[in-house]
Design a protein. Sequence first.
Length: 166
Amino acid sequence: MRARWRWTGLVMISSAMCATRLAAQSAADVCALATNEEFQRAYGVDPRIGIIPDDPTPTEMVWGPHCDFSAGSMDLFTKKSPPAELDRVLALTKAEKQRVPVSGLGQKAFFTVIYPDDQYRRAGLLAVFLGPKILTITMDAHQNKVASETRPGLETLAKLVVPRVK
């Protein structure tokens, strides 16, 4: 019995380590969907002035992989019920109720603003439905600008990123 427990324990530990590695890998994969330079160009940083050095930070969230960039983030909703999880996140971020349809991206896509009343966290969010997955890209609003002005940059970045999602 004791030998059996050890073997089962080793399998459980090994499975947990493998799952952790896979989770980290998927979070890193969402960071690989766009380069820091691509994100900053879409944000409006002029590369002639110089790209701000940044290492995108991968994190595994309840809904799936997440990646922080200096000017925003990308998430891939893959766990549980992606539409329900997205609705939950939009509620937590006090997103505007208006979902502006965006054509030409995935099965369907929409733009909205998250944290609309917070001048320090206000951002545009583009959600793209890709089969069982949902890709969201957020972009921080420039100081003294409205968050809806992030939409062209989000769409530009999404056109680069969507074909890379597997």
